[in-house]
Ligand binder design. Structure first.
Ligand code: HGY
Ligand code: MN
Ligand code: MN
Length: 412
């Protein structure tokens, strides 16, 4: 197996080029799933892969697969996947580095005419972020059999547009059944989205798995009233109830520190008028922890708090868990390939668990899967200031290529 080197400059230029598709004034990207910017970057990605001789397929929830044949067509493909959709105030690298790092690896294989044993595929998973359509990792979840295609297509954004309508509109509702494709393995390159690698001065994270994640939606109902004429003791203030719940949710996470995290990230207050006592508030909750039993305890505390806090305030409420992604462990043999890939490239690495969710968490249910992390400045992500250096991007793509070729050699 030759010591194939990726072209770091070409990778960086490709990252900077695609960052303009939905690029923001602050240097981030707003490329929400199934918007016109998503279509634009998908069209570009498809053309780049076809220029390498890859065959590009799209499944019924928009997942894209670019396939390069190998010597032995009987072997299942080795996939390298991540996502091209971003948060509304996303950075240039979350998800994008995984897809474009894979494209750089594919470009390298193509230009030197390297023949792999197994076919190689790049995957662009639809709606990893879950920002426009909840839950996150929706289309890789369909691929893994966690959600039905019908469930995914029925999801609506806050403007009432469904996933299915928007997928049709941008022309990426493919014919292939989601999940019909099988992989020998999937490797996902991603920025860490946390501070550990940078803090320890290491270039590569050898990811062992993904922590458990749960999302909830809460609607609190009180009574709209005049802010001037309604005495404090007679109010049913939904926003005050939400404020007390937000404080309690933060405390529940702190009670399970240091590994638990709890966040209220989205809130809608109605009627949101300065002289009306708020009558209804909607908000979301994101709980995460490496141990699902701790998440059970946090969930029980949440439900206890809703009753204990809101009932005395004469507020009614609805709460439902809309997502439960249990903790996941990755495939030991692939983890070893990543370790070897990092050693071959001469980078210091460390084992770690992913705090963020990734498509790999679902794909691991149907194929041997693992991830490779590289640092991001200050651990900042889901932020337009997200920054991973030229060298770090190159290191990640090099280790991705090395790990894939190491695994391919074993299949030969
Ligand atoms: O929520 C997550 O962890 C991922 O970024 N979608
Ligand atoms: Mn991501
Ligand atoms: Mn993300």
């Amino acid at each position: 197996m030759q010591n194939l080197q990726i072209d770091a400059r070409r990778l960086w230029d490709t990252l900077m080029h695609t960052a303009q598709i939905g690029g923001t004034a602050k240097g981030g990207i707003c490329r929400l799933t199934l918007t016109d910017f998503d279509r634009q970057v998908r069209d570009w990605f498809k053309a780049q892969c076809e220029a390498l001789g890859c065959t590009v397929s799209v499944d019924e929830v928009g997942n894209m697969f670019a396939r390069r044949p190998g010597r032995n067509q009987k072997l299942l493909p080795i996939a390298m996947g991540s996502h091209l959709d971003t948060q509304p105030t996303g950075g240039k690298f979350d998800g994008v580095l995984g897809v474009l790092g894979a494209l750089e690896a594919m470009r390298r294989l193509h230009e030197v005419g390297y023949e792999t044993n197994a076919p190689i595929e790049i995957v662009n998973w639809t709606n990893e972020e879950g920002s426009r359509y909840a839950p996150a990792m929706l289309a890789s979840g369909v691929f893994a059999g966690v959600f039905t295609p019908e469930f995914a297509c029925s999801r609506t954004d806050r403007d009432g547009k469904t996933f299915g309508e928007e997928l049709e509109r941008i022309g990426y509702k493919g014919k292939d059944k989601a999940g019909a494709r099988k992989f020998a393995a999937m490797f996902e390159l991603h920025i860490e989205q946390g501070p550990i690698l940078e803090d320890e001065g290491r270039m590569i994270g050898v990811v062992q798995g993904v922590q458990g994640m749960r999302w909830y939606e809460v609607t609190i109902t009180g009574q709209e009233a005049h802010t001037g004429a309604t005495p404090m003791r007679l109010r049913k203030n939904a926003l005050l109830g939400a404020a007390r719940m937000i404080e309690r949710i933060d405390a529940i996470a702190l009670e399970h520190a240091p590994d638990a995290v709890g966040t209220v990230g989205m809130i809608e207050n109605k009627p949101n008028s300065r002289n009306v006592v708020p009558g209804e508030v909607f908000f979301t909750i994101d709980f995460r922890h490496p141990d699902d039993k701790v998440l059970d305890a946090m969930e029980a505390k949440l439900r206890g708090a809703l009753a204990a806090i809101l009932e005395p305030m004469k507020l009614s409420y609805k709460e439902r868990r809309i997502w439960n992604s249990p903790a996941v462990k990755f495939a030991p043999e692939l983890i070893e390939c990543v370790r070897i890939g990092a050693q071959k490239a001469g980078f210091a690495s460390r084992d770690m668990i992913s705090g963020a969710g990734h498509d790999a968490a679902y794909v691991a249910r149907v194929a041997p899967t693992t991830m490779i992390f590289v640092p991001c400045a200050g651990g900042i992500s889901h932020n337009e200031a997200e920054s991973t250096s030229f060298e770090q991007c190159a290191a990640g793509a090099q280790v991705l290529l090395n790990a894939v070729l190491e695994y391919d050699r074993r299949l030969g």
